[in-house]
Design a protein around this ligand. Structure first.
Ligand SMILES: Cc1cc2nc3c(=O)[nH]c(=O)nc-3n(C[C@H](O)[C@H](O)[C@H](O)COP(=O)(O)OP(=O)(O)OC[C@H]3O[C@@H](n4cnc5c(N)ncnc54)[C@H](O)[C@@H]3O)c2cc1C
Length: 565
């Protein structure tokens, strides 16, 4: 095997990346597959998924019901052909992961148990206690390591995609241990690098979730789709933002304001605490803005009350939540309500890809949270993301294999590697007076204050201006560590560079969308406007910032109706 040349390179070793690796290896045992990740695979954010994976597993449920729940949850911005394909694929993924060792929780008759989840009209969340992602990842990682033709590059940081004649031919990456940069060649490349929630301060996501793959694809010419839609999860633990799974409400937890009222009765009388996330996050934010939040040392918050579930059920169904609440929130949910408020939680937008995970760059595929295949539209339902990673990870692995078997490796021009090395060298050599942590904090403050649950034109305009100022200040950052091995200062700088691009795109897409749909709530345009805005946003990278185009939504069976719960 020629060094750094592979048939397929998968960037990212979360649920989508690992699932893609298995799918590719299953199709062709002779294929030379590489999985490149900036952290050990089992530290990918996917291990944090708690609540479950949504799948149709019972006769009383149906594909149409799951697809419709998804489309309605998406506020009708999902592509319905994709949603219909998606729901049909998930059940077999549940069975496969079970065969690979995922210990799904069981009900009394021995079948895989399912719990209710927000916006789903049937209890269809398959779960492994409240550690679903952790156990799925371990099962799939075990499977991946059984193939001899999959090679891991752990702790390699991809910095750029190499594209020639609109075809992805390779990428550049830094080996963190040595600090050396290498050019990789591949016939197919799969981006599976996860979301970009770290552009926000109060988020449920790991520090590594900085949107690198989205930014690399964007810079290489692939459009990003629907980036204005960022999901806010109703129950981020106060103060750290760590997630308290929706499963806590699926098991029967209540949300209470300062008056002890289950306020969801005003906002979603039927679904109450199990309305979709955008609806509940807005309700919580409204309660706090109107002075009915509880007050604590970290500001206003809402109470998530599990006490009535009893200690036995909490220990059996929500053991991690109890542990997290005690250790990070200082409260035992058996005895006291958990302090929570909405936290940035998911990126509905991402690299534009079709149902085959193909992007607009030949040979480049995208799967998992970094992609926008458009299952989730303007708001994702809980438990549909791990399902999306499994389904479209599989598709990406299979499609990348087909492409690799009918194409050949391209030479990566030496000057491209040299140019990227020079770019990084220039960043390390800067001796300006700006510091990465300061710019990063300011970016997050801008996003938390002005690009949060409720938005308006004035705030978005200001935020865009401020992010652009940060981008220009970024050119003056100084990295103290000028060395090569494990230069985390450099990696933090490169991540900030990616995030600044993505913050700019998020705002630039949100500003012209003069309506409220799903997770995008404009106080100056509070109504959904299907006449003008039933369309996807596409953002292309230009020297002057994002250039926007729009694309129709695919409707198959379900014309948009008013969304009530
Ligand atoms: C706390 C929490 C709980 C959740 N619970 C649920 C749930 O119950 N059900 C559900 O459906 N969804 C849940 N989600 C959402 C879901 O877990 C994620 O959307 C999904 O796991 C993302 O998987 P991924 O494979 O796309 O990316 P990730 O798991 O984020 O992995 C990204 C990978 O890309 C690599 N990478 C990134 N940048 C680079 C780079 N520059 N170079 C090399 N490698 C790179 C990383 O090392 C990592 O391996 C939850 C999310 C969170 C944060």
């Amino acid at each position: 095997m020629e060094k750094y040349s592979h048939d397929i390179i998968i960037v990212g070793a979360g649920l989508a990346g690992l699932r893609a690796a298995v799918a590719a290896a299953e199709v062709d045992s002779k294929l030379d597959i590489a999985v490149l990740s900036k952290q050990h695979p089992l530290r990918s954010h996917s291990v944090c998924a708690q609540g479950g994976t949504a799948a149709v597993m019972r006769e009383k449920d149906s594909y149409d019901l799951h697809a419709y729940d998804t489309v309605k949850g998406a506020d009708f911005l999902a592509d319905q052909d994709v949603a219909e394909f998606f729901v049909r694929q998930v059940p077999k993924e549940i069975v496969l992961t079970e065969h690979w060792g995922c210990p799904w929780s069981r009900n009394a008759d021995g079948r895989i148990d399912q719990r209710p989840f927000g916006g789903h009209t049937f209890p269809r969340a398959c779960f492994a206690a409240d550690m679903t992602g952790f156990l799925e990842m371990h099962a799939i990682y075990g499977k991946v390591t059984s193939y001899k033709n999959i090679r891991f590059y752990d702790e390699w940081f991809a910095t750029s995609l190499i594209v020639e004649d609109k075809t992805a031919v390779g990428l550049t990456a830094i080996e963190m241990k040595t600090g050396e940069m290498q050019a990789f060649r591949a016939k197919s490349i799969i981006m599976a690098t996860g979301g970009h929630e770290r552009i926000y301060e109060f988020t449920t996501f790991s520090h590594s979730t900085t949107g690198d793959g989205m930014a690399m694809a964007y810079r290489a010419g692939a459009p990003l789709e629907d980036m204005e839609f960022v999901q806010f999860h109703p129950t981020g633990l106060v103060p750290p933002g760590v997630l308290i799974t929706e499963g806590a409400r699926g098991e029967g937890g209540y949300l209470l304001n300062a008056n002890g009222e289950r306020f969801m009765k005003k906002y979603a009388p039927e679904k109450m605490e199990l309305a979709p996330r955008d609806v509940i996050s807005r309700a919580e934010q409204t309660e706090m803005l109107e002075g009915r939040g509880l007050q604590g040392p970290y500001g206003s918050y809402i109470a998530l009350d599990l006490r009535h579930l009893g200690e036995e059920k909490i220990n059996e169904r929500l053991p991690l939540i109890r542990d997290v609440a005690i250790k990070l929130g200082g409260v035992d949910p058996v005895k006291e309500p958990i302090p929570i408020r909405p936290a940035a939680h998911y990126s509905m937008g991402g690299i534009k890809a079709n149902v085959k995970t193909e992007t607009s760059i030949a040979g480049l595929y995208a799967a998992g949270e970094c992609s926008c295949i458009s299952v989730h539209g303007a708001n994702r339902l809980g438990c549909n993301s791990t399902a999306d990673c499994l389904v479209f990870g599989t598709v990406a692995g299979e499609e990348a294999t087909k492409h690799a078997s009918s194409s050949s490796l391209h030479e990566v021009p030496q000057q491209m590697l040299a140019a990227e090395e020079n770019r990084i060298h220039e960043i390390i050599s800067r001796n300006g007076n700006e510091r990465v942590p300061a710019i990063r904090d300011e970016m997050r403050q801008i996003m938390d204050e002005k690009v949060w649950i409720y938005r308006n034109g004035l705030q978005l305009e200001t935020a865009l201006k401020e992010i652009r100022q940060l981008k220009s200040r970024f050119r003056n950052v100084k990295i103290e560590d000028k060395g090569k091995p494990f230069n985390t200062g450099l990696l933090e700088t490169l991540q900030l560079d990616f995030m600044l691009d993505l913050a700019e795109v998020t705002i630039a897409c949100a500003l012209p969308r003069t309506e409220s749909r799903g997770a995008h709530s404009r106080t100056d345009y509070p109504k959904r406007d299907d006449q003008n805005w039933l369309k996807h946003t596409l953002a292309y990278c230009t020297r002057d910032g994002p250039r926007l185009e729009y694309m129709p939504v695919t409707i198959t069976k379900w014309p948009p109706v008013a969304r009530t719960y």
